[in-house]
Design a protein around this ligand. Structure first.
Ligand SMILES: [Zn+2]
Length: 271
């Protein structure tokens, strides 16, 4: 027993040293390693909170809803519509069906995604789930609801966030995942974010996007993120973005990942 205690002590010391070295050597690596476990706990909690919702199932999605059945079917259609094309671009197909939660109550949605904004978003990605506001609440043209939701709805955008999060394991700056999500919207639906917006001053730098994304003008910060991602995709191919997010998922910093994939830090190439 004594020998066991002594050995256990050495083992604990050894593990502590390994942990310290790995944190010092690659702090993002540890974050990326543990993230899927924390995410799964959060995911189970979301499922628990929405356990009394109605549910329909498609080939790749579980739609939970309180809205009417037609809305759930429309969300299911939109979810499946671009699924294959998006997954193909990332060479990645989630193992489990993706849970989509449709809210017919904006306040409930804001509460469930811990958001305190004045205006609820059309959709949000949270811990392997896509949370969306019923299109009935933001599309006033009821006669054209289907086509408007398919063209302008949040499914492509939020599903892209899910794929990026799975692959980069939460080890990515917000501007990068927003840029990639907007780029997928552009590729899949032709919608070009901020096309008619212009900068009154110089476009934001990557350092600004990196460090103060929430303090910047939201529309222009998204526009700039989209432009940078689009430039990378068009000049180096979408494959380079695939490699970049996978390198982040291995625990590399954005600087290390971009030197590996783009040959230089991202700000040196795209500013
Ligand atoms: Zn987004």
């Amino acid at each position: 027993m004594k020998a066991f205690k002594k050995n256990a002590g050495w083992l604990a010391l050894f593990l502590a040293i390994v942990l310290c070295i790995s944190v010092l050597y690659e702090p993002h690596g540890l974050k990326a390693f543990f993230y899927p476990y924390f995410k799964n706990i959060h995911y189970q909690w979301i499922l628990f909170k929405t356990r009394d919702y109605d549910e329909i199932e498609t080939e790749h999605f579980m739609i939970r809803y309180h809205a009417n059945d037609d809305i759930a079917k429309l969300v299911a259609e939109a979810a499946e519509e671009n699924y294959s094309a998006i997954c193909k671009m990332f060479h990645y197909y989630p193992e489990q069906k993706t849970t989509v939660i449709v809210y017919d109550d904006a306040q409930q949605m804001m509460k469930n995604i811990n958001l305190s904004k004045e205006k609820p978003p059309m959709g949000a990605y949270l811990a392997s789930t896509i949370q969306i506001l019923s299109p009935e609440l933001w599309i006033s043209d009821k006669g054209n609801m289907r086509s408007i939701f398919l063209e302008e709805g949040p499914m492509v955008h939020e599903f892209t966030h899910l794929l990026v999060d799975d692959l980069a394991k939460n080890n990515y700056p917000l501007w990068l995942t927003e840029g990639i999500a907007l780029y997928q919207e552009y590729v899949q639906t032709g919608y070009e974010w901020g096309k008619n917006l212009s900068y009154s001053e110089e476009p934001y730098t990557i350092a600004q996007l990196m460090n103060e994304f929430h303090e910047l003008d939201e529309m222009l910060a998204y526009k700039r993120s989209f432009e940078i991602v689009r430039a990378i995709a068009e000049e180096k191919g979408f494959e380079s973005l695939n490699q970049l997010i996978r390198a982040l998922g291995e625990g590399k910093s954005l600087k290390q990942a971009s030197i590996q994939v783009l040959g230089a830090p991202i700000e040196a190439v795209y500013e």
